[in-house]
Design a protein around this ligand. Structure first.
Ligand code: ADP
Length: 168
């Protein structure tokens, strides 16, 4: 029956890929929200096959933005970066999937939109590095830290029924 087919496949593919599953922290910055790019950006991650595990619209305080970007505190652009991030609401998300940290960075494109390839989010929708629309964790370690900061209650626990159609 269809049910036993899907259950069997779901069981096999899930156990085969469980240890390869990763989560990343993705944030649509205030310019992305103001410019109406939320749907477009979410759609790109959904269509790729990644699973949404957390989502909220939030305006953060200066101290919180400074904490998020603490590794960049000594950079000359730090103060401007913090002002940019607190200038309006952001969309904070957790996305899950095999290789989602590195692939998420590819979907986003290079930090400076002048160097981002067309087809990437920054390549398609941004011009200046200080208005580059979106953030994505740069490593599994940063992702764990950022998810802990933004989602203290952790991800929403659900499994997409599309798993066997996306994973071998
Ligand atoms: P990424 O966001 O691609 O991981 P970084 O961690 O190096 O890049 O920088 C964090 C953010 O700081 C960038 O996304 C960008 O918004 C901002 N930024 C980086 N470099 C500059 C710069 N030279 N001038 C202004 N803003 C910058």
């Amino acid at each position: 029956s269809y049910l036993s087919f899907s259950v069997t496949h779901c069981f096999c593919s899930f156990t085969a890929t469980e240890e390869e599953m990763e989560q990343t922290f993705i944030m649509i910055k205030p310019d992305g929200v103001q410019r109406g790019l939320v749907g477009e950006i979410i759609s790109r991650f959904e269509k790729k096959g990644f699973t949404l595990k957390g989502l909220k619209l939030q305006t953060v305080e200066q101290s919180f933005a400074e904490k998020h970007y603490e590794d960049l505190a000594k950079k000359p652009f730090f103060a401007g970066l913090v002002q940019y991030i607190i200038s309006g609401p952001v969309v904070a998300m957790i996305w899950e999937g095999k290789g989602v940290v590195a692939t998420g960075r590819k979907i986003i494109g290079a930090t400076n939109p002048a160097a981002s390839e067309p087809g990437t989010i920054r390549g398609d929708f941004a011009i200046d590095v200080g208005r580059n629309v979106i953030h994505g964790s740069d490593s599994v370690e940063s992702a764990t830290k950022e998810i802990g900061l933004w989602f203290p209650d952790g991800p929403t626990n659900w499994q997409s029924s599309l798993h066997p159609w996306i994973y071998e």
